[in-house]
Design a protein around this ligand. Structure first.
Ligand SMILES: NC(=O)c1ccc[n+]([C@@H]2O[C@H](COP(=O)([O-])OP(=O)(O)OC[C@H]3O[C@@H](n4cnc5c(N)ncnc54)[C@H](OP(=O)(O)O)[C@@H]3O)[C@@H](O)[C@H]2O)c1
Length: 288
């Protein structure tokens, strides 16, 4: 078995031991995953170039997780800062008809700041046009899906929405909800994550979502940990001294939702090294 197959097998075991039951839940199965430095930072200072924390082996694990999950969710901050592709290009068979799949990208973006020239859209449009023109080789490329974006009804850019809809991007408009207590910054502008998840399940029949960041989205899920089934954290073996923390002194008591009194702890933990990185896996439980 090569390393990719071993990682895939390991990931299969994580999910096969899951207590989650799709039929009993209003939401998809959620895996929160991110990489941090030894001193707990997930990126350098805001608006600086993306910081590569994962080594090549743990990056391969991330691509295997993307392959396993039906959707991948990030916040607009990560789209704007990192311009990610969110595909499985490191997996065997990506370019030549292998048995791998790209997850459905899902973006939290109240104001629709989504850039029209970002890689998520460019990759999809290029793929679609090559398929329509029947360009040789493209029929074997792993399907690239247009993003699903969640926006706030009073805040989003309607002109841009029309352009994006023409490009097959799905725009889901959420109503303002003053009782929304599961946002991360309590300014009332964040999207209600329980609504987002229930729409992903009921409208799109999505069974599993991998949440890949960035900082604000990680916090939103951590303070609503009952929505998460698995947490997978990669620790890169280095310090950076400052930057953006996944969890830090910025989470105030007032940010915690009524249903979660505190940040979770993990049970059924496992840890191992991949290359030089340390991987920590567990199921979140709320402290009593
Ligand atoms: N190390 C890692 O694993 C990793 C992974 C991904 C990203 N990152 C890093 O994270 C940084 C970006 O983090 P970020 O905090 O600026 O951006 P983010 O978490 O990607 O996106 C946050 C934005 O999403 C929107 N949003 C809407 N509803 C939300 C909700 N319920 N909860 C949270 N956000 C919601 C908000 O913008 P609107 O108000 O406009 O809707 C919010 O400002 C980048 O530096 C990137 O490199 C690191």
């Amino acid at each position: 078995m090569n390393q990719e197959e071993k990682i895939k097998q390991f990931i299969e075991n994580i999910y096969s031991n899951s207590q989650y039951n799709f039929n009993d839940s209003r939401y998809p199965e959620v895996t929160l995953t991110y990489a941090q430095t030894l001193d707990g930072f997930i990126s350098g200072k805001p608006n600086t170039p993306p910081l590569l924390i994962s080594g090549k082996e743990s990056m391969l694990m991330t691509h295997c997780l993307r392959n396993k999950n039906e959707a991948i969710m990030i916040g607009i901050g990560t789209v704007l800062n990192d311009n990610p592709q969110l595909n499985v290009r490191q997996l065997t068979g990506f370019n030549n008809g292998g048995n791998v799949h790209n997850p459905q990208p899902v973006i939290l973006d109240s104001k629709l700041r989504f850039p029209l020239d970002c890689k998520l859209l460019k990759n999809y449009r290029e793929y679609k046009s090559k398929i329509e023109q029947k360009v040789e080789g493209y029929e074997k490329l792993t399907e690239i899906k247009p993003p699903i974006i969640f926006v706030n009804e009073n805040q989003y850019d309607k002109t841009k929405a029309e352009i994006l809809i023409n490009y097959n991007v799905e725009i889901n408009i959420l109503k303002n909800d003053n009782n929304n207590n599961n946002n991360n910054n309590n300014n009332g502008s964040s999207l209600d994550i329980t609504k987002v998840l229930s729409i992903l399940k009921s409208k799109y029949n999505i069974h599993s979502v991998m949440v890949e960041g960035g900082a604000q989205v990680i916090r939103t899920f951590l303070v609503n940990a009952s929505l998460i089934q698995h947490i997978i954290i990669t620790i890169g073996p280095f310090f950076i001294g400052n930057g953006v923390k996944a969890v830090g002194d910025t989470i105030e008591k007032s940010e915690l939702s009524e249903t979660s009194e505190s940040l979770p702890r993990l049970e059924n933990t496992q840890s191992f090294t991949l290359g030089q990185d340390i991987i920590i896996i567990g199921q979140p439980v709320l402290s009593s």
